[in-house]
Design a protein around this ligand. Structure first.
Ligand SMILES: [Mg+2]
Length: 392
């Protein structure tokens, strides 16, 4: 079997352009699907896939590890940067899809699964109203509480919110109290049996992340995400050691070495490697093995499109330390028209039973994809009140 060509299909889905990767073999009808979505970098990723394709054309697609090493190590520049790592990831997912189809097995069965009967899903409530977060603490708290009740009414037993305002490198009590009010509102609305997560989007400095973590610790968050820049491992480790709430990070990291350094300093208790950025299944399985040795839980980052979700679930059914799957269920109303999935979703409990189809179990409807061509993502800027640049 040989790889004939690699194509990318871009599908504009409101917040981001989904990049689907199609690896076509010389076997009639045998193709692999992956996803390499990287918001605000769509053309960089599709260009990077075009750059990698000549290394792969004519090669046996089932030699996945060999091809991964080829993509990461050849042509001098290693593949650790986010754009090329995302391109490698999308191709790697598609190669594993081909391996599964060739073996007539779902991907998780290639890796010794399923290790569990079902996977729990969590949804995202979105962010706070950034302009008025400070001034309308009571209204923001009530708004988050409403969104939390809606998620639970839809069957979710866990949800995540960006209930922490952007902060300058050092601020006083105001943003801390605003975040605390929002989390208190959500906890009061849904009770103790529902798991609440808060994502800081790596906006705080380590000092502000520590203050937020302390303030929110009494509310028993399931995890507290990116309380400072991922580049500051010592900051993450300091926060993780200071509170009972598990710290989560990893969505922006690529390559095993970055996770080695993070785990060695205990910068997190929840690893959020992204299967479409970290190097695909091939690298994620290595990261998972390392996490296992540290007893660090896995909750992969997954706000992208439906092929990414299928990949996260295949991974989860093969990994004992996988705890929960992030899902986006209300980004575009035509989401399910674009991709047909092989797994079974129970909407009353928001749990998923394993995929029964070969590979990732997804069928991409290319006609539907073509109805939503590339559009530039909405520009996003965060500036502090004094005009200095903050983090989005
Ligand atoms: Mg995040």
């Amino acid at each position: 079997m040989k790889i004939e060509r690699i194509e990318t299909l871009v599908c504009h889905a409101r917040m981001r352009n989904w990049v689907f990767v199609k690896v076509v073999t010389d076997q009639p009808g045998l193709i692999g699907w992956g996803e390499a979505t990287l918001e605000w970098h769509t053309r960089g990723v599709t260009g990077s896939i075009d750059d990698l394709a000549p290394l792969l054309i004519g090669q046996d697609p089932t030699r996945v590890e060999h091809l991964w090493q080829t993509m990461w190590r050849q042509h001098f520049w290693h593949g650790g940067g986010i754009v090329r790592s995302t391109a490698i990831s999308g191709i790697d997912l598609a190669l594993w899809d081909i391996v599964g189809k060739a073996a007539n097995l779902p991907c998780h069965k290639l890796w010794g699964g399923p290790v569990r009967d079902y996977i729990r899903l969590y949804c995202h409530l979105g962010g706070g109203n950034m302009e008025s977060f400070y001034e309308t603490r009571v209204e923001e708290s009530a708004r988050f509480a409403d969104l939390a009740r809606q998620a639970v009414a839809q069957g979710f037993t866990a949800f995540k919110a960006m209930a922490a305002p952007p902060t300058m490198p050092l601020e006083g009590l105001k943003p801390i109290k605003a975040a605390e009010a929002c989390v208190a509102g959500m906890r009061e609305a849904v009770g103790d049996d529902i798991d609440i997560m808060v994502d800081c989007h790596a906006r705080p400095s380590p000092a502000m992340g520590l203050k937020l973590a302390h303030a929110l610790d009494p509310y028993g968050l399931y995890f507290f995400e990116e309380p400072c820049w991922p580049e500051s491992i010592e900051g993450l480790a300091r926060i993780n050691a200071a509170v009972a709430t598990p710290i989560a990070t990893g969505e922006r990291l690529t390559h095993l070495a970055a996770f080695r350094d993070l785990f060695a300093q205990r910068g997190c208790d929840v690893c959020q490697m992204d299967l479409t950025h970290c190097g695909g299944f091939t690298e994620a399985r290595r990261i998972a093995a390392l996490a296992e040795a540290h007893r660090i839980a896995l909750a992969p980052h997954n706000p992208q499109g439906p092929v990414s979700t299928a990949a996260s679930l295949e991974f989860g059914f093969s990994q004992p330390s996988y705890i929960i799957c992030e899902t986006v269920h209300n980004d575009v109303p035509w989401r399910s028209d674009v991709v047909q999935e092989g797994y079974t979703l129970d909407k009353t409990t928001r749990t998923v039973r394993p995929n029964t189809q070969p590979g990732l179990g997804v069928i991409v409807n290319e006609e539907e994809v073509r109805k939503h061509p590339f559009e530039q993502e909405v520009l996003q800027r965060v500036n502090h009140p004094d005009g200095a640049v903050g983090d989005w």
